[in-house]
Design a protein around this ligand. Structure first.
Ligand code: F0G
Length: 353
């Protein structure tokens, strides 16, 4: 049967009514891919949930389809969000699909190029502030309290409802919940959503519960440090967030599941980013690779037991951020003249080395 998207598939677990429009870009149903090389090297069974395979290239589509459908149902004409990039791309796409206006507020110069291109192409009205994500979020929250517009950041509870479906899929794909779920943490909505999803599915189907391991970037590790970071910095711009909105819920997910909120450095993120692409053929954006970096770090410290079944969530597609990719690979293409003889001789030389 053809996949029709999340509202169609998981309606029984979602707050749908007869009046909720069945909005869909066929989001969800993303692959769970085994990583044989990394599994062997780390002494675990490691899978990745490839959320970059969603229609706009990130997990945000799961929450956005639900939030935008409910906004439409409630008669709203305009949605707004603050974003480090992916939320704005997804909001813009679903607004276009639903025939709504979309306003996005982003930190100027701190969002990956692909994400900006998406928001622009889907027709969002884009405002770049000389401030960071946390400041942008506080502005749009205040505005949405008085203006007739719907806030679609993850403080909107429908976002969490949609995003929890990823946990359902992981359980369906594995036949049970993994022992450990590793996930990057920015504003902390997604870890909140996964934990809710695992608990609901366990209650309905007895699928078990994982330990939740969330990973912040070291320069933006507010939860780990237990203090607001006024000027967060990390190469993983998607999680460059110093005052996560769902802070307490992330702590609760970690505590209830006997997991942990931990941090990884930019060096660890970039090493994992490269290793994942080169040894497994999977290209995920830097923030996503915080989950892989975290698994590597916690295996080295034996905080994840040998033999564990681990799922790492790759939240966004590598193509979102071509600038970091080109900097990391650090390879300039070798430019050759348009002369068959010269090109062939050069390539023959390469093949024989
Ligand atoms: N990974 C990616 C690729 C993201 O874009 C985000 C968040 C996260 C992880 C963290 O998820 O906030 O639920 O803890 N991006 C938001 C945005 C903030 O605006 O696109 P979280």
């Amino acid at each position: 049967m053809a996949w029709k998207g999340l509202l169609d598939t998981y309606g029984d677990f979602l707050p749908l009514t007869e009046a909720t429009p069945r909005l869909s870009l066929c989001e969800g149903n993303t692959p769970l891919i085994p990583l044989p090389r990394l599994s062997e090297e780390l002494g675990i069974t490691l899978y990745v949930k490839v959320e970059g395979a969603n229609p706009t290239g990130s997990f945000k589509d799961r929450g956005m389809v639900m939030a935008v459908a409910k906004a439409k149902e409630e008669g709203s004409h305009t949605i707004i969000c603050a974003s480090t990039g992916n939320t704005s791309a997804s909001a813009a796409a679903y607004a276009a699909r639903a025939g709504m206006r979309c306003l996005v507020v982003i930190p100027n110069g701190k969002i990956a190029l692909g994400k900006l291109a998406q928001a622009a192409m889907y027709g969002a009205e884009i405002f770049a502030i000389e401030g960071n994500f946390d400041e942008a979020l506080s502005m749009v929250r205040r505005l949405s309290e008085t203006a007739p517009i719907t806030l679609v950041n993850s403080v909107n509870p429908y976002r969490i409802e949609g995003q929890k479906t990823a946990a359902f899929e992981v359980c369906d794909q594995l036949g049970r919940a993994p022992d450990v779920l590793a996930i990057p943490v920015g504003n902390a909505g997604n870890i909140t959503a996964y934990w809710k999803g695992f608990k609901e599915y366990h209650e309905a189907k007895g699928t078990g519960l994982p330990q939740m391991r969330g990973f912040e970037a070291e320069g933006a590790a507010a939860i780990v440090r237990n203090q607001v970071i006024e000027q967060p910095e990390t190469i993983a711009t998607a999680i460059r967030i110093g005052n996560p909105a769902s802070w307490q819920k992330a702590v609760q997910a970690a505590n209830e599941s006997r997991g942990k909120i931990d941090e990884v450095s930019d060096e660890e993120i970039l090493a994992a980013y490269k290793r994942l692409a080169r040894t497994e053929g999977i290209f995920a954006e830097p923030a996503s690779c915080a989950a892989i970096a975290g698994v590597i770090k916690q295996r080295e410290r034996n905080e994840i037991e040998r033999g564990s079944l681990v799922v790492a969530v790759l939240t966004g597609n590598g193509l979102k951020d071509p600038a970091v990719a080109l900097d990391t690979a650090a390879i300039e293409p070798i430019v050759l003249p348009n002369d068959e003889q010269v090109v062939l001789e050069h390539l023959q030389g390469v093949v024989h080395t």
